[in-house]
Design a protein around this ligand. Sequence first.
Ligand code: HEC
Length: 158
Amino acid sequence: MEQIYRYVYVLAFLFLISTASYAQDASVDGPTVFVESRCYTCHTIKAQSTEIEAAKTAFAESKGVDLKEDDDDEKDESKGGDLSNIGAERDQEWLTDYVKNPKKFFKSDAKCKKLAKKKYRKRFKGSDEQYEVLIVYLATLKYGDMREEGFESCLIEE
Ligand code: HEC
């Protein structure tokens, strides 16, 4: 009898490790969360374009979808600016705050009011784990400013 218990424990343990590592492999690296959360539809990370493109391909394949649909909205692509240097400009606390609630960071002049429209300040809707991975990932991006020339931020400095 005891042997059976031991066997069950071992199986349960193996099951736990396999699901834990599966979860990590599946969707929890920075570029993947960035893509799955659709951040790429308004932001580029030029310094990591290879990783982002790979994540897009993997995401499209796993969903059996064509991401071209999203890409059609090309006018949005640079609205949020390039994030290659965001980790040097903002700390994790700021990033956590911003990604949770972008709304309060937008300036209120006419041009920025447009950008502050609902769709540009969507809240992050993934899991806590994905959220943490995303923030840590953003904080590692310190590759120098690669924004388009003349990019003017609509965010209030804090
Ligand atoms: C619909 C468009 C849109 C989407 C989708 C979007 N953003 Fe943004 N994001 C913006 C805009 C617009 C700004 C403000 C840029 C500015 O004027 O400085 C911004 C700003 C930011 C900033 C601050 C940039 C800075 O220069 O300080 C961060 C960080 C950021 N977004 C992260 C994200 C992340 C992470 C996601 C995905 C979860 C995301 N964004 C999805 C439009 C978007």
